[in-house]
Ligand binder design. Structure first.
Ligand SMILES: [Zn+2]
Length: 309
């Protein structure tokens, strides 16, 4: 049976004018706000550009967790450093013209969130009174599996959240070890949408870490430029615990994991800026166990702790 259709199409312009059903006090309030909006005293909506990319995100959270336009909360403002700056420090080492005189350590955790490792990392950070930067997988290997609660806890506790891809799929992102710019940028956009669904539309990171690290792949110049156009700087590391190494090389004790960090730092001449690679993927716990040792080493060497924004 064919559904019946009206013989004359209804044109919107033929509808009678709609009268406002708002009560008088609300109309008065709106009228009072209009000049303020025009003068820029009130903000009608979020700024355009990257914020607009959240349009397709499902159910944003009601309470803003992050300071608008950043990847962290208000408390973390005091120790958050722009990713572009951190990248410059890492790439130029102590030859950078604005190299910091204060030593700064960035503890970074990749490949989470996960149901087992992430809560332990958060406990260890709290117990040692240090913040960290989480490079999260937004797809089924991370956020898609755990749901948003852990990501929100990361931010609430004064940590920063950066993008580490949606898929974490080397074959998709770098077939034959060569960057596929379309895949990388599509994957990043998808990751951002999903993280915004967890943390709210104000979430805007400046930091991105390539799965496997920038140092591991060829032909990244175009995707570096594409990411830069989105306000993202890629961040590698200059020290690591080795918690994601092959089985024979992975540290078996916390002391070994902390020694790996000391060893790497010595190799790069103990720079003022150290970015330490660790993981909070499922089953990873050696870095968490080593955290008190790593933190006390860094404190003894005069480092303060920052997050990457
Ligand atoms: Zn990774």
């Amino acid at each position: 049976m064919t559904p019946s259709r009206p013989s004359v199409p209804v044109r919107p312009s033929s509808r009678p004018p709609v009268r406002s059903t708002r009560p008088a006090w609300r109309r008065a309030l709106v009228a009072a706000a209009l000049p303020l909006l025009a003068a820029g005293v009130l903000t009608a909506c979020a700024p355009p550009s990257r914020a607009d990319r959240s349009a397709a995100s499902p159910s944003p959270t009601p309470t803003p967790l992050v300071v608008a336009g950043t990847n962290h909360n208000a408390a973390a403002q005091a120790y958050a450093y722009p990713a572009a700056k951190v990248q410059g420090w890492l790439r130029q080492g102590n030859t950078a013209p604005d190299y910091p005189t204060q030593k700064i350590a960035f503890l970074t955790f990749d490949d989470g969130p996960s149901a087992d490792a992430t809560p332990q990392v958060l406990d260890a950070l709290r117990a040692n009174n240090v913040p960290a930067t989480f490079f999260v997988i937004a797809g089924p290997l991370g956020l898609g599996r755990t749901g948003p609660a852990q990501l929100r806890q990361e931010v609430e506790a004064g940590n920063a959240v950066c993008i580490h891809s949606y898929s974490h799929d080397y074959q998709y992102l770098y077939p034959q070890r060569q960057a596929n710019i379309d895949h990388i940028l599509t994957d990043e956009a998808k990751a951002l949408d999903h993280i915004r669904a967890a943390l709210g539309p104000d979430y805007t990171p400046g930091c991105f870490r390539y799965p496997g690290g920038h140092m591991s792949w060829k032909g990244l110049a175009d995707s570096d430029a594409g990411l830069a156009g989105r306000g993202l700087s890629w961040i590698d590391w200059n020290a690591m615990t080795g918690d994601a190494e092959s089985k024979s090389k992975v540290p078996s004790t916390p002391e070994e994991a902390a020694a790996n960090v000391r060893h790497d730092m010595a190799l790069v001449k103990n720079p003022n800026v150290v970015v330490i690679l660790m993981h909070d993927a499922p089953g990873k716990k050696i870095s968490t166990e080593a955290l008190p040792l790593i933190v006390s080493d860094l404190r003894a060497a005069g480092y303060a702790f920052g997050v990457i924004a």
